[in-house]
Design a protein around this ligand. Sequence first.
Ligand SMILES: Cc1cc2nc3c(=O)[nH]c(=O)nc-3n(C[C@H](O)[C@H](O)[C@H](O)COP(=O)(O)O)c2cc1C
Length: 187
Amino acid sequence: MDLPWGNEKTIMFITNVGLITSKGIYGDNIMAAEWTHHVSYSPGLIAVCLGLNRATLQNINSSKEFGVNLTATDQNILASVAGGSTGKEIDKVKVLKELGFKFYKAKKINTLMVKDAALNLECKLVKQIELGDHMMLVGEVINAELGKGKEPLAYHRLKYWKLDKNIEKPSEKELERIKNIVQENKK
Ligand SMILES: Cc1cc2nc3c(=O)[nH]c(=O)nc-3n(C[C@H](O)[C@H](O)[C@H](O)COP(=O)(O)O)c2cc1C
């Protein structure tokens, strides 16, 4: 069956919004990708899933490298602009600079990175897998920097969210009861 964009089931996921920066045949470009995942600790690998017609995909196909910048809670406009048009037609980096957002040159790849993002990862492409209507690109992280005092934006039900309510842990008594039940069900 299909799980189309915007469908009531599709929108139940909670995701990050990765800002994928690239440089290639469409020049410097940026797109928003909620399908941005950490998939290995050692080495650190990140997977991003891109629609087959994305300018970003063609850029990365030629350069074999890309930036993953996790959108911070005060960068929702940046995410909307990056996801609202294609680098085949619009110079989104220039638009964002005009709007006051800042970029810096990556240290280990030839790509711009988003300043003040929650996390900046410089990646070298190591694998590419076509999955349904998207291409999964797996990048090995070769440089990682945390945004000072920044928190990542969450995406859910087609809206941006800020995570600021932590669910409290059960009481010690309840934790003990759970532990005992787990122990009683050893295989
Ligand atoms: C919040 C948000 C999340 C998005 N997530 C993805 C995604 O995971 N994969 C994808 O291919 N497109 C995603 N998009 C759509 C692309 O960002 C959009 O098609 C963009 O125009 C592609 O830019 P490009 O052609 O310059 O690469 C998302 C858009 C928004 C606003």
